[in-house]
Design a protein around this ligand. Sequence first.
Ligand SMILES: Cc1ncc(C[n+]2csc(CCOP(=O)(O)OP(=O)(O)O)c2C)c(N)n1
Ligand code: SF4
Ligand code: SF4
Length: 1317
Amino acid sequence: MESTLKMTSAASSGGKVAAAGRPAAARTTTLLPHSSTSSRVVSTNKRVVAAAAAPPEGAATAPPPSDYKSNAPTAASGNAATSSGNILPFSGAPSASNKAGKPPTAAKKAPMDGNEAAAAIAYAVSDVSFIYPITPATVMGELVDQWSAAGRTNVFGNVMSVTEMESETGAAGALHGALAAGSLSTTFTCSQGLLLMVPNMYKIAGELTPCVLHVTARALAKHALSIFGDHQDVMAVRQTGWAMLCSHSVQEAHDLALVSHLATLRSSVPFLHFFDGFRTSHEINTIETIDNAAIKEILSKPIYADAIRHHRQRALNPTHPHQRGTAQGSDVYFQCAEAANPFYDRAFDHVVQAMEEVSAITGRSYKPYEYVGAPDADRVIVLMGSGSQAVEEAVHFMNDNGHKVGVIKVRLFRPWHSASFLGCLPASVRRVCVLDRTKESGSAGEPLYQQVAAGLHEAEMSNPDMPRRSIVGGRFGLASKEFLPSHAVACFENLDAHQPMRDFSVGIVDDVTRRSLPPSQLLPPGLSTLPAGTFECLFWGMGSDGTVGANKEAIKIIATNTPLSAQAYFSYDAHKSGGVTVSHLRFGPEKIAAPYLVQQADYMAVNHQSYMAKYDTLASLKPGGVLVLNTTFTTVESLTKYLPDKVKRQLAGLKPRLYLIDAAAVARASGLGKHVNMVMQTVFFNLSGVLPMDKAISLLKKSISKAYERKGPEVVSKNHAAVDAAISALKSVDIPAAWGRVETPAALVHPNPPAKVQSGSRWEFMETVAKPMLALEGDKLPVSVFSPEGFVPPGTTIIEKRAIAAQVPVWKSENCTQCNICSFVCPHAAIRPSLASPTELAGAPATFGTIDAKGPGMSGLKYRIQVSPYDCTGCDLCTHACPDNALESKPIAGLIETETINWDFATQLPVRDNLMDRSSVKGSQLQQPLMEFSGACEGCGETPYVKLLTQLFGDRLIIANATGCSSIWGGSAPSNPYTTNADGYGPAWANSLFEDNAQFGLGIATGTVQRRQALRRHVQAVLATPAERAPISEDLRDALSRWSDHWDEPEVANVVAKELQPLLEREKDAAPAIRELYGERDMLHKPSTWIVGGDGWAYDIGFGGLDHVLASGENVNILVLDTEVYSNTGGQRSKATPMSAVAKFAAGGKERPKKDLGAIAMSYGDVYVASTSLHANYGQVVKAMTEAERYPGVSLVLCYSPCMLHGISAGLCSAIDESKMAVETGYWPLYRYNPGIKEDASHHRFQLDSKKLKGDINELFAHENRFQILERKAPEVAKHMHEVMDESVHERFNKFKQMAAGGVVSPTPQSEPPKGH
Ligand SMILES: Cc1ncc(C[n+]2csc(CCOP(=O)(O)OP(=O)(O)O)c2C)c(N)n1
Ligand code: SF4
Ligand code: SF4
């Protein structure tokens, strides 16, 4: 097959080529600038700035210029597109230049992300690392763990010792210790993790210890947590005495990592090396790597040999002891602190020298402060991090257009060197704008601004001849908010204003304090400043459908097998699964910086057809670009019916080359289920022609073999089959001209908001905030629509209607025995029983079939199981759980309309929650779930527990939720799955932090009790007041008296509390004391406080606090959702991970057994402890939660939670069988320990709910990939570990049997069980 990477005449003559193509039928090779169709083209020597804004919706546009080669597939409608089509705008010839000159050693190019770039250096020059996961730094820890497990050696010939700690506090403490022992040590973290390191950072710096900490700079948890990038975390530790070096790109993350390690050895000052979280840490770019031999050469210089020797010699050692870490008094502490000054004074020079050394081996030169721009600039922007590349693009654009501007890229923030900074500021500059990627509320300006302003001021004061500059500060890019060249131009425009705005923000619309800059006039959106010939692609995928992984592989294939530079970045929404992922790929002959999302794609693949209606995907497609749509509608006729009219009009205007493929069918036929990623990747390689197709296919298959090796050979061959079948299913179609003229009918809004949306109501929030955010248009929202505290109203997930299920359950009423188990196990509250009277059924939809309800108090009622097709995720748990074969999965297409109407009817029926005891399995499901439609993975094992909790206690529930999956599926704005009942009551939910959740919950409980006790005293005082001084009705007096007697018994107190509401409303003005009572009326209701979190929190980082709460005797309940890994950060091991399981940070399989948290808790004697498995024993978990809640002291409920990370071979739909097996084999025992029971011959505090052991535990191991990986990799080791586990499981079961018989060990409470309050 012909290589498609030919030199085009455009590329060879200066590269003035627009990147988008146009429909094949009208294609000619057209160069820019060439015609009136390209109205805004600014050409420069180096780059082309081309107008590429989409035409207004529905506008008839001239075909855009085209330059792709003509061997693309024919556009004949309906034809299989089998030939390779080159749509690339360039020859693929690499950019020749390396501005700093040719590196002395042959540079090796490799595609990698910023994390890998930094970790590779950290590994090469460190012997010891202590790690802990936190997004987006986790990858660095995972990589060093993998390299260490694989035996990779560093430049000293050692394999790094890598240890996961229980928290970042622990990692920093251990790091400090390893440094004190004289080892070369490093770690990786960010955000909350970095904050936990602060005390030890002071210590390490105070002791002048060489060390490097690599940080993926990230936002801090304030009004909300955010995993995205900015400089809030690093700025929060700038006072600790660490030098701070900032990398601006993936290449710099590699190079400056080495500079940091060299400079710390030279200076003895510890270095914090940081780069932007996600934007740099997760951007894949083609970089030139530094090899160990070159590093070794530098380290062999005497200065480093001496530094390392010195570091080792001053270590703690009994053969030449010293003491460190003493206490000092007011006489000497101060002087001692100042004694370190010379080290900081010299650090700058060390950085410069280290930069020169790195430059000598790489050919890339770096400076602590670097100026780029016009030598006679009048305006400059100063900033740190990846944003500087966007500013650089803006600077080139502006200077090419007659302006004189520049940018100072700050790399060294601490120790700050004013003279050097000022030295690179051109004398001509009159105005300076300092941009900070952080926010310091209430300050006189953010840290970089303050630093620059102070330096300028000092210089001006000491030099009267120096020109006076005006300086303004602004904020940009918080939590990875897009920062585009056009934003930088807006900053330059601001500097040009008569009175530039100060203390501004850029990139958002602040309509509250009006501090945001207006959009740029000079560089409007859609005008690209990228290097000529850069090809941009967008892939719209669904979370966990494999699109992101496939694109990572694709960009690596391109970067390693063509001479092109490549870049990839991935954006996600907050759903654990089934959310949107957008892959942004760029490649081209020039080096690609562009630290921002693709704005106008040459190639767009939409991997899920529903996205065409849900999101404005086409807003970022270039006119004449390529659009590949995975759809079941593969003819123009069917597509015309399916696509919304707005989309059809957009398509008619944009005139893309449109390709259709039913990738889902190809994937299914290949045995890949819903994973369309490989099909779509093959199509991409075919259409882009970036590689000869036969080569592309062979590389794709190679990468599949590597990527899926862990999952076994079957998965590999299915993916290979999908690659082979993809191209013949691809069709090219012409866009009918009539699509430009279609009318839009009224949109279906579901569910309907009330006719009048009240200001401040949850519906207003949904309309003004949630809906735009869910449509991925949150970036456009102005400041004024947000609650400054970050609060979210309840029940917002009701509007999400994700429709991600391919198949949904259909009820076969004839088989149904009304057990409600389907509803019990549904993780998403998407299937529910309904009860209705014949009268209520009068207006029922025709398809709303019912049967006679069975059960006490239900005679005369009708029963139905109803699914919500829009909310169902198709996990299939309910169909598997149904004991009567009364549910069957069917394709959603034929059901969505009728069943949505049925669901709407079912949910407006009265909730009959008082017919059965709610603490029974069936009765619990007649309660309204007050947690619904969360963003958890399909079939998640955590959510059913929390949903059940809301059915048992939801109207009085307060949840303190640790950070983890449960805080993400349970609290990712704007999606709040916690909702309210008809009275407006429902769970009040809050997340404090990962590490402090137990203490946070204890605080809530203590604060609540304190307020309720005060209220009770107040009520008692009112009751004791003579009637003439408290003129209240007998009804009110009676109710208050009953409440006072039963204030601590929710069954009574909460009923009376409800009764009291109208009475207090009516009589609130009777006396000041009643008004006061009225003001506190929401405390009449007795809440139930639950502390909820995962095993990472409970067993590791939060264990200290949890243990303290266990010992507190307070009336709080703890629910541990034990997935046996840190699920939220991708599956790192915790102390709950079982022996032999392979998890991240346990690449070789966990060697130690799982910690027994239940035994630890039981050892207190007065803690209620239950070990439950919802899927294995429905009744036991209901019983355990009910008893735990009733128990007046601390209760701990351990919940076995199957997770997609377990890799259950048949999928999470078989979590029920899997959990049963876990219980039956003794892997997960079921028990309840109730200290409230008085122990005697027939009553025992410990009850074993597991029946006698049966089955083979090895069968369980055989079903789950987490165990299988080790069996495949090291069968002997796995066999041994599994034998050990089998033995210990039997031993534990026998011990439990004895405890249950009252025989032994049942711990004795050392005090009376608590009484509660
Ligand atoms: C101090 C701190 N360190 C690390 C993190 C990152 N982090 C958030 S959730 C999480 C893992 C949670 O695991 P687990 O408690 O088991 O809950 P799961 O996700 O499994 O439900 C981690 C490491 C953090 N938020 N704060
Ligand atoms: S398939 Fe899953 S999400 Fe859908 S109703 Fe059944 S259990 Fe719920
Ligand atoms: S616990 Fe597991 S299954 Fe549930 S949301 Fe988290 S990763 Fe998904």
